[in-house]
Design a protein around this ligand. Structure first.
Ligand code: ADP
Length: 267
């Protein structure tokens, strides 16, 4: 079993990802696909007159401040446009894909954080009314039913809080928790960069290999959202996933290239 997470940033070629994945599924390999949708969510939020608000925590992590209206726009794009777009591509390629969010069947479950500490103008503020959280539990029952019946699950945030409220969670870390829960052989984190870059954005500075035991020390190379991928990789390898690969989803055969070691391999 391989968990593939494909991001939501500009430049990602979903046709290429789906074509590559479908060829491998038809050859008998088992996958679960997790996807993002941040770029499109930002565009739709702007168009609806509720532009995104990003906050940076005192420890340097950037996240989307998710008030109720933002959560609803987020669901429209992630669970609607993005999820159904990917399911449709896979169905056209002959793969029986089923799109679900982490809310459905409580696949992704975690604690709801109602407030977030954010640095604004050099000061730490507490912002309330946030609908975010972290995946702490993956309920694999529904996924196992689908996998055993030959479906390809296509998953997306949000997750369910323990109280059953929708929460925005980081897709990379959700995919990492999923890979651990399913004892996946590998986790691919595909985005619009060749992998983890030592000197972002210089693509020639690609880091090819990271020993599993050292992965957290590479957090220093990652800025903003890339930090979540490094953190997700650390959580996955600590949880027993054999390999995590940061790969490029902009062209070619993104899944096969990453499995052949083209990006940054954490093992
Ligand atoms: P996605 O939504 O595709 O999962 P993110 O936007 O969450 O992707 O994270 C990938 C982004 O992280 C890249 O597009 C890049 O702008 C940024 N980034 C920051 N630091 C690095 C780094 N050291 N190496 C590669 N990308 C980096």
């Amino acid at each position: 079993m391989i968990v593939v997470k494909v991001g939501g940033s500009a430049g990602i070629d979903y046709d290429a990802v789906c074509a590559d994945l479908s060829a491998r599924v038809q050859a008998g390999e088992k996958f679960i696909l997790v996807h993002g949708g941040s770029g499109e969510t930002n565009r739709v939020a702007e168009a609806l007159g509720h532009p995104p608000r990003f906050v940076t925590s005192p420890s340097g992590y950037t996240s989307r401040f998710t008030d109720r209206q933002t959560l609803e726009i987020f669901e429209m794009v992630y669970c609607g446009k993005m999820n159904k777009g990917i399911v449709e591509r896979l169905q056209r390629l002959g793969v029986n894909a089923v799109g679900l969010s982490g809310l459905d069947g409580r696949i992704f479950e975690g604690r709801h954080k109602d407030s977030v500490r954010a640095v604004e103008n050099g000061k730490v503020k507490v912002l309330r009314g946030d609908h975010t959280g972290t995946v702490e539990k993956v309920n694999t029952g529904l996924l196992e039913l689908l996998l055993n019946a030959g479906y390809l699950p296509v998953l997306t945030p949000p997750a369910a809080s323990y109280e059953g409220v929708a929460i925005n969670v980081d897709g990379d870390r959700a995919a990492a928790a999923l890979a651990v829960a399913l004892k996946a052989d590998a986790l691919l984190l595909l985005s619009n960069v060749p992998g983890l870059l030592r000197d972002y954005p210089d693509e020639a500075s690609l880091i090819r290999e990271i020993p599993a035991a050292d992965v957290e020390s590479y957090l220093d190379f990652a800025q903003d959202r890339m930090k979540k991928k490094v953190l997700g990789a650390a959580e996955a390898v600590a949880g027993g996933v054999g390999r995590v690969i940061f790969g490029d989803a902009r062209a070619g055969q993104p899944v096969s290239a990453a499995l052949a070691g083209a990006g940054t391999v954490v093992s």
